[in-house]
Design a protein around this ligand. Structure first.
Ligand SMILES: [Zn+2]
Length: 465
């Protein structure tokens, strides 16, 4: 267990009122319960700074959509790994973090000094917008590619939770009751330079009394339940804290930020890849066009692709485990997003490794936000349960009649499919495509359309994947 503790970074007191105004502007539900306060103490004069402390920091109904930048130029593989873990939240709620070098909203540093800036920390929710430009909003002291993977799960996902507005689960009454007040005040005073009042508000005030939203039960396995040193606990027992987003975290965030969820076909680098023959194209959903320099050959750019895959693939799916799977004939390969290469031990046979799935010659695959993947072959499809790791009972089924709005040409088979980050999936067939609304569970009106003219830079017909 690492002995670096985590703190929620607070803005300078002079910035509190502005930050509270920003929080309410972004999400009116953040407003403090002033009416309730007035009912209790009708004559009280409520200072603006006090109201600021009572203001929540959650992002609004649109979910969490933030750009991320790095202040100390870490290598690309490390940036990708951090982004991957930040976006792990998106499997359960409407949250998406995209790397950007232009005025990034989340700014990550790896400071080890001065003491007040060292360690693991993040500003809370909408407060990040009040951090002066060029200053970090999150610190991951000492993180490199040599840091154990478990620390990326434990620390990066935790700090990202703060960025999303989640306070510390260890401020639950049951846990606060175990903390030795005076030892905690001394400890955080020494390590963080906090005043007595700051320690009381940051560590010793039970969450149920200081936050508007919380889960019903304290959850010591929550990713937001952090390590507390044994030295400040009355019973001398450290709080180990969570090691990953757990089921209760997932349920809570899905109600707080409902809506489109990861996985999508968008890779952790923010791009979507299309394949045709021995070439591929990289599509940027932000600029809504193919990046400059494409198409490019698969063989020279996808490390570890066997020759038969470099000659062309049948289907590709982005799995919610940091891997993409490519299918060709009766084989498949597993590609690691962070290592950016095919994992050792591949290709392998589809048969025996994908229970219930066709053994060869898939046409397309998509991972849906409902925990299922759909695979297509000819005029049929199969629904694959990602958690159970097998095809659901009752498949294959005909596309016709089960995918409302599919034109006959698409019901007879599709070439490729991608899940976008707008609640839509796109299916391609010949020189046409359709847009499928995932929530409405049907093809949108006005489709099919020609690929040409709608997907700038993309091949105009006969995609493979
Ligand atoms: Zn924390």
């Amino acid at each position: 267990m690492n002995d670096i503790s985590c703190t929620i970074k607070t803005l300078a007191q002079s910035e509190w009122v502005q930050a509270a105004n920003t929080a309410i502007e972004i999400n009116p539900a953040n407003a403090p319960a002033v009416d309730a306060l007035r009912a209790v103490a009708p004559d009280a004069v409520i200072e603006p700074e006090h109201l600021a402390l009572l203001t929540a920091k959650y992002w609004g109904a649109g979910g969490v959509r933030l750009t991320v930048g790095f202040l100390d130029n870490p290598p690309a593989d490390l940036r990708a790994r951090i982004l991957l873990h930040m976006n792990a939240w998106g499997a359960w709620c409407n949250a998406r973090f995209v790397e950007s070098s232009v005025n990034p909203q989340v700014r990550i540093a790896r400071l080890d000094s001065p003491p007040a800036d060292a360690g693991y920390w993040s500003n809370l929710g909408t407060d990040i917008l009040g951090v002066p430009a060029g200053r970090p909003t999150m610190n991951l002291e000492g993180f490199t590619m040599n840091t154990p993977d478990s620390e990326f799960y434990r620390v990066v996902r935790h700090e990202t939770g703060h960025t999303m507005g989640f306070p510390h689960e260890h401020m639950r009454q049951e846990i606060v009751n175990r903390i030795d007040r005076e030892k905690a005040i001394a400890y955080f005073g020494a390590t963080q330079g906090w005043s007595r009042q700051m320690v009381i508000s940051q560590v010793l005030t039970p969450l149920s009394n200081s936050a508007l939203l919380a889960t019903a039960q304290a959850d010591v396995n929550s990713i937001m339940c952090y390590w507390l040193p044994a030295s400040i606990m009355q019973d001398g027992v450290a709080v180990n804290g969570g090691t990953d987003i757990d089921a209760q975290d997932a349920r809570f965030v899905s109600t707080l930020y409902p809506g489109p969820v990861y996985p999508t076909s968008i890779w952790p680098n923010g791009k979507v890849y299309f394949f045709k023959g021995n070439q591929y194209m990289r599509y940027d959903p932000k600029t809504d066009k193919v990046d400059a320099g494409y198409p490019a050959s698969i063989a020279n750019n996808w490390p570890g692709f066997p020759a038969n895959f470099a000659a062309g693939v049948d289907a590709a799916v982005e799995w919610p485990n940091g891997k993409a799977y490519f299918f060709k004939g009766n084989q498949y390969i597993r590609y690691d997003f962070v290592a950016d290469r095919v994992d050792p031990g591949y290709p392998a046979l589809i048969a025996g490794n994908w229970p219930g799935l066709w053994a060869d010659n898939l046409n397309a695959g998509v991972v849906w936000p409902n925990g299922k993947a759909y695979f297509f072959k000819g005029n049929q499809y199969m629904r694959y349960d990602i958690k159970l790791d097998k095809v659901d009972p009752g498949y294959p089924r005909a596309i016709q009649g089960n995918w409302p709005g599919f034109p006959a040409s698409f019901a007879s088979g599709v070439d490729a499919g991608v899940v976008w980050n707008n609640g839509k999936a796109y299916f391609f067939k010949g020189d046409q495509y359709i847009r499928y609304d995932i929530a409405a569970d049907r093809v949108d009106a006005g489709y099919p359309l020609s690929i040409s003219g709608h997907w700038p830079g993309l091949w105009t017909q006969d995609l493979d994947a």
